[in-house]
Design a protein around this ligand. Sequence first.
Ligand code: UDP
Ligand code: MG
Length: 326
Amino acid sequence: MTVTKKISLVVPFYNEGGGVHSFARSIAAILAAIHGYDFEIICIDDGSKDTTLQELMQVRSLDPRFTVLELSRNFGKEAAMTAGIDYADGDAVIPIDADLQDPPELIKTMIAHWEQGAEVVLAKRVDRSSDSYLKRKTAALFYRFHNTLSGVKIPENVGDFRLMDRVVVKALRQLPERQRFMKGLFAWVGFKTVTVEYKREAREIGITKFSGWKLWNFALEGITSFSTTPLKIMTYVGAMGTLVTACYALYIVIRTLVHGVDVPGYASLLVAILFTGSLQLVGIGILGEYIGRIYMESKQRPVYVVRKRYADGDDSGGQLRYSDNE
Ligand code: UDP
Ligand code: MG
């Protein structure tokens, strides 16, 4: 007798009220067309302030394959995903966004690649026209910058939507860091990887939870988590500055010896002072970014706190009503 393989979907929800049911309906319809697997859909309520949790509970009462993990507050998408991945016990795990921007249709293709031996199946966005011009450009810039600086290359235009074999998930769980830049961690563990492509659709319901400032901090997190190059750059910039200053000093000494003392304006002096001053501030700032992270890591706080988990088979229901009704 062969044991049916289990696939876990990990879905973070933050203020997605109004979109929960359409997500569940789409997923159920897609999964109904994939035969021979058990599915669990781990929905993480990342401290939503709207009706997300109630809607998730309704969905769960209709279809117990949906399990709900309620976090005690908003911990952010990375933490929510970490929670879901920690609780997933499938043979393969697929993180997917709740807003249907990651097309669930791709799940079938991903599974097929996995069955052929891939340990990671990446979903790459070939068309991001649904994202704003600014977001596309800054994203491209981020990937370029990150991958130049860091030894761990993040595949470009690949989000968190991917399939991971159980071995990959096991490796991920062993990474102890508290600040979890998942894209980087996913890339860090490696494994045999296959890429499938898709077109990124616009958000179905609701608005994006990532403002420009949040994205900027996210990018900073990514770079500082996976590269110490900025620290090294400061050393070289400092060394260059010292060299230039030394040459300039020598020049002044010689000039004074040859031409005698004159009193030039203070403009050049002021520029030099301001320049080195701000350079030092930038350097200290970069140091601060790293030290701040060391500080946060050293506290050893958990990445997330679960208020309640709704998963055991003691809920009523049991029919796959979503897929049946549609
Ligand atoms: N999300 C989350 N916690 C947060 C912010 C977002 O769990 O603090 C979830 C959100 O509900 C969605 C996914 O992360 O399922 C992606 O968020 P969003 O669609 O806002 O990001 P975008 O697609 O704009 O990058
Ligand atoms: Mg989205």
